[in-house]
Design a protein around this ligand. Sequence first.
Ligand code: ADP
Ligand code: MG
Length: 621
Amino acid sequence: MSKREFQTEVSQLLQLIIHSLYSHPEIFLRELISNSSDALDKLRHLTLTEDTYRALPFSPRIDLELDAEKQTLSISDTGIGMNEEDLVSHLGTIARSGTKDFLAQLSGDAKKDSNLIGQFGVGFYSAFMVADRIEVVSRKAGEEKAWRWVSDGNSGFEIEPGERAVAGTTVLLHFNEEGKQYADGGRLQQIVRKYSNHIAFPIFLTYDKSEWSEAEKKITKTRTTEQVNAASALWRRPKNEITEEDYKELYKSIAGDWSDPLFWFHTKAEGSLEYTTLFYVPAKAPLDLYQAEYKVGVKLYVKRVFIMDDAKELLPQYLRFVRGIIDSEDLPLNVSRELLQQNRVLTSIRTASVKKILSELKNIASKQPEQYLTFINEYNRPLKEGLYGDFANREALLDLVRFKSTRVEGLTSLADVKSRMQEGQKSIYYITGGAESLLRTSPLLEIYKRKDLEVLILDDDIDEIVFSAIDKYGDIDLKAVNRASTSEDLKDEAEPDKAAAIQPLLDKFKATLGDRVKDVRASVRLADSPSCIVSDEEEPSYKMQQMMRAMGQKDLPGLLPTLEINPDHEIVKKLLSRPDDPILQDAAWLLFDQALLMEGVPLQDPATFVQRLNRILNLSI
Ligand code: ADP
Ligand code: MG
């Protein structure tokens, strides 16, 4: 027997692990099972690729054996195994590159250091959180000798020849005080299902199962061996081996949904980063879609080992309705939440995943338009949130969002609107700021109707905020119709004589309305209505300003609306012909107030409005 010292870094690491992970020691089992899984992967690879190994028997499995009396648990695999040299270098030193640098960065401040530890695997040594003595018996595939490694985690380790019938490794833990809680078959099953359910190899648990014995009329204990994990990791299998039913079943188990998903996108990336993603879109929007505390739908796995299911940074917030799995080969098992936010690997996966989801959706939109409509009915709104927040994917999102329009029944895409544009038309127009019925009857649309220009009806309450931040679709301008500056598409209509002709009336109106308006001017956009309200290009619309004030925004500059008057309207013409009639004052206010009402803005002084209306009514009877 030879006694060896741990490399100094190992002792350092051990201390750190015990201090930073004491709050969830159960991860020891995840680590040991993942080591077994790695060892099985390695041997499988060799039997497939190397002649000397091809003939070796390979029956991959992982066995957990619990001896509750002796307080021991063993984790065995039929994997690649380790010889003497391997045991010394893998379990006695820290060979992994970068680990020394990592240790050099440690500050001694426990809190900071436990964040840092997420950068790399805690691995085998985590077992010392629950064990005061660990024995490893291992035999390397293709070799005759077995070796026994023993350590208490403090005073180094010992190595001697051992016994093992077949290649593989057995790790035997002697539980310490902390570990006692795991000498429980039920508990172990739970932990395996939580973290290792999708490990590709079967995991068996042997323990004393308590069962009611009819014969003896009491609870008896029977030594039992059961497979505990599903061993599926469906997402890691080649796509052509996975049936539609398989996909749906996995969805239901991870999303906790009874219904089938609408679509799924399964991607395997190989290259500088290796990962698999499987994303599902639920048929119905999750109930918490619009709650601040929504539940994250994507689970993070590292090498088929479950890591976490509550990391909001896996996908951007607007894709929070997506369910599924991200399984990375490149992240450490112990990656911490704090680290996810700035992790380069995860950032790349996330960026590629978003692109993938959006491009798949675009595909569906063009190939299965009816299915896509079902999708849009549930998720148009979150996509709009993306338009606002995800600048990098704005173009893709603009193609995915659907709109109501003055031209078509139902919903339309910007691409379709573009294809319907008139010869020489410069912009695509939209109207915001109220309910659909209000928008559809707005006087602002009159000129567009007359010129046969399509206008999008944006009646969602976030539309105004979202679309005021977007001014282009490709090379085409997106313009709100309630902006003061009129577009080139309307310009030819403006007849300077008409504006000049009603100038005296405009002046009187301006004098009457005083500081309630920014300006009063002749309109080119009205047909059937006498007046309307517009805002400047850069300012929030008048309706929007009202909303901002209502929400408590106090320091808004006093933005005033511009009143536009229709020179061709009968009322306006009559008023023009009676320059000295006292009715002009009432008329100015009524034309202003009705324009506000049509915008959906409540009147400041309804009583005065009614008095004026009645005066005029009285005159007409
Ligand atoms: P990691 O798994 O990140 O490499 P660990 O501390 O978990 O780090 O394990 C250290 C090394 O010990 C592994 O890389 C592997 O070479 C070896 N090892 C651990 N467990 C086993 C096992 N069951 N079979 C074969 N080799 C193992
Ligand atoms: Mg490991």
